[in-house]
Design a protein around this ligand. Structure first.
Ligand code: XUL
Ligand code: CO
Length: 443
């Protein structure tokens, strides 16, 4: 296979995207994302660790339940050959370089075609890893995380680690073993487990307890293999409540944390939270981030947004500044990303079919996050919001509150206290509308 080190241009006429500032009218320039600008002691580049996904940006076709692929991708030859796989790698690295995205993320099957058997498929992967490694070296673009596609092939129709069929579990284990190894080989900062079909469509045919035990055993094997090969990247679970299954076991952040804790896995995993998954679970993204952050498990985010009028996983690019502000307020509160980053698990609309739309979409997402960061930093610098919250809980800093928090009193002492108290006095307004208006001052 011929290696093409950025020798061919797949996005002709599109330059390296510059930062031109808020007054620019150039659609191929950043108005807010300035990689070198320092916010709260770190550059924007360091804050976000933006990542481009292989599956939507390179492998997406614009197909949906009602129609086949619709996107113009002049470099595609209609096959899934190894030649084509190498070409797509060139497309990805040119895209990341021109966009200025320092990271990318992939499923094993995104980068190399599945072959007649596992041995040949793994050989394809090994050949592609060499290509990817060369591109990484040449461009400086790094792997944020790798993962295995355990949901597309028909063998995974009943799940992978939670399949009713033990051979499927074994096959999935072999696939994940290899996916972790190639992620390690490529210097990946992390590895994600998204349980695409780890759930059920009907409880009539499902032994839930047995399936959960199997999932835990699977993850313990992964942890053990990680140690064996010396992979230092972070393991993440990515919650999602449904789609493609009716119910997915990793339904939300709280369910994941409970599962990890129950099976003794918590120290080995953090969460990779995705906005549209949060909303499918009837949560806000900020809720999911708070749940993970409070448990010390806030790892990384899959950045996108859904559509309230549709209600399924539309994976739209995140352009809502209220959303990015809330996300960045919480990310900053918990100290920012270490191994994780802002991974655009997002796709263009079917109607946005031209290659240039990929740039417009990512620029829109990056600018929305940059604005969210600047707004969140301004709110934090102003201090009124944090002061309000701190003040709201001030009864816990003294007297009986302090005694409760420090574990010095129990029900008996509190009964004695309440009997003396009479009625509770001094309740204060929650001031929601006042606070919403305060936030609007900064938007
Ligand atoms: C699916 C999803 C996945 C994971 C990786 O909804 O988000 O693409 O991020 O498997
Ligand atoms: Co995702």
């Amino acid at each position: 296979m011929k290696r093409r080190i950025l020798s061919k241009e797949y996005f002709p006429g599109i330059p390296k995207i510059p930062y031109e500032g808020p007054d620019s009218k150039n659609p191929l320039a950043f108005k807010h994302y300035n990689p070198d600008e320092i916010v709260e002691g770190k550059t924007m580049k360091e804050h976000f660790r933006f990542s481009v996904v292989y599956w939507h940006t390179i492998r997406g076709t614009g197909s949906d339940m009602f129609g086949s692929g619709a996107w113009l991708r002049p470099w595609e030859d209609g096959t899934n050959s190894m030649e084509m796989a190498a070409t797509r790698a060139g497309v990805l690295f040119e895209f990341c370089t021109k966009l200025g995205a320092p990271f990318y993320a992939f499923h094993d099957r995104d980068v190399a075609p599945e072959s007649r058997n596992l041995r040949e498929t793994n050989r394809n992967l090994d050949r592609m890893v060499k290509v990817l490694k060369d591109y990484q070296r040449e461009t400086g673009v790094q792997l944020l995380w790798g993962t295995a596609c355990l949901f597309a092939h028909p063998r995974y129709m009943h799940g992978a680690a939670t399949s009713c069929n033990a051979d499927v579990f074994a096959y999935a284990a072999a696939q994940v073993k290899k996916a972790i190894e190639i992620t390690h080989e490529l210097g990946g900062a992390g590895y994600v487990f998204w349980g695409g079909r780890e759930g059920y469509t009907t409880l009539l045919n499902t032994d839930m307890k047995r399936e959960l035990d199997h999932l835990a055993a699977f993850l313990h094997m992964a942890v053990e293999h990680k140690k064996r090969i010396g992979f230092k990247g972070q393991f993440y679970i990515e919650p999602k409540p449904k789609e493609p299954t009716k119910h997915q076991y990793d339904s939300d952040a709280a369910a994941c944390l409970n599962f990890l804790r129950q099976y003794g896995l918590l120290e080995h995993f953090k969460l990779n939270l995705e906005t549209n998954h949060a909303t499918l679970a009837n949560h806000t993204m900020q809720h999911e981030l708070e749940v993970a952050g409070a448990a010390g498990a806030l790892g990384s985010i899959d950045a996108n947004m859904g559509d309230l009028m549709l209600g399924w996983d539309t994976d739209q690019f995140p352009t809502d500044i209220y959303l990015t502000t809330q996300i960045m307020l919480t990310i900053l509160k918990y100290g920012g990303f270490t191994t994780g980053g802002v991974n655009f698990d997002a796709k263009c609309r079917r109607e946005s079919f031209e290659p240039v739309d990929l740039f417009y979409a990512h620029i829109a997402g990056m600018d929305a996050f940059a604005r969210g960061l600047k707004i969140a930093a301004a709110i934090r610098h102003d201090g009124r919001l944090a002061e309000f919250v701190k003040n709201r809980y001030r009864s816990w800093d003294v007297g009986i509150g302090k005694q409760i928090e420090s574990g010095k009193v129990g029900f008996a002492e509190l009964e004695e206290y309440a009997l003396k108290l009479g009625e509770v006095k001094g309740l204060e307004s929650g001031r929601q509308e006042f606070l919403e208006n305060l936030i609007n001052e900064f938007i």
